[in-house]
Design a binder for this molecule. Structure first.
Ligand SMILES: C[S@@+](CC[C@H](N)C(=O)[O-])C[C@H]1O[C@@H](n2cnc3c(N)ncnc32)[C@H](O)[C@@H]1O
Length: 209
């Protein structure tokens, strides 16, 4: 986590404006409603928080999970600045056990994180997050993907400590009957690959939602 602790110093300055339009797409894809509880997986500095708070309203809540104390420090400052009483962040290594009290949540969003988790742990981490959804709950992810590695891809992979060749949506495709993948029109050169948004709803036993 030391890398992200350092990256935290410039992360917002470098990336906040760049990813903004795609965050809106991600949060729309999560189909949130007032009163919902949403987990922001690998929340980083909390760049999704304002959109999530807006979507779940004052009766809802947002829980950000991340392993980096540097990123979480920035996230806490963002929360304090905005005065959100319904947003909390926790230091959690997503390759380890899932927090027991985070069960039956309404939605999980994962922005640019599944590509940044270790190769031998990302899929299990995603499945644990999926398991924390209530039936009818929605998983929505935004990530970059590159079929071929350009110089820009390698630079982004190095900076983000990520693997852009990873098809992060594939486990969701197997889990969610209503799986949807959208390849956005985002410029490949700016992100090292194409940005994708994928969603899936946890089935309700016996049907309905
Ligand atoms: C590219 S950043 C994305 C942050 C945020 N979701 C965003 O969209 O700005 C990747 C994040 O994953 C977090 N991360 C990497 N490995 C992790 C792990 N094992 N457990 C929890 N968080 C992790 C990093 O600390 C970092 O905040």
């Amino acid at each position: 986590m030391r890398w992200y602790d350092l990256f935290a110093y410039t992360y917002d300055l470098q990336l906040e404006a760049l990813y903004r339009p795609w965050r809106t797409e991600l949060v729309e894809a999560a189909a949130l409603a007032p009163g919902m509880r949403v987990v922001d997986l690998g929340c980083g500095t909390g760049q999704d928080f304002d959109l999530l708070v807006q979507a779940v309203g004052p009766e809802g809540s947002v829980v950000g999970l991340d392993a980096s104390s540097g990123m979480l420090g920035r996230a806490r400052r963002r929360i304090a600045r905005a005065g959100w009483g319904n947003v909390e962040v926790r230091q959690v290594d997503l390759t380890g056990p899932w927090p027991e009290d985070l069960a039956d949540v309404d939605a999980v969003v994962a922005a640019m994180v599944l590509s940044a988790l270790p190769a031998d742990g990302w899929e299990a981490a995603m499945r644990r997050a999926w398991g924390a959804l209530r039936p009818g709950g929605r998983f929505a992810l935004l990530d970059a993907h590159a079929e071929t590695r350009t110089l820009q891809t390698r630079m982004v992979e190095w900076i983000a400590q990520a693997d852009l060749d990873r098809a992060v949506w594939e486990p969701l495709e197997g889990l969610a009957p209503d799986f949807r993948l959208t390849v956005t029109g985002a410029s490949p050169s700016a992100f090292g690959g194409r940005l994708v948004v994928a969603t899936g709803t946890r089935p309700v036993p016996g049907g309905g939602s």
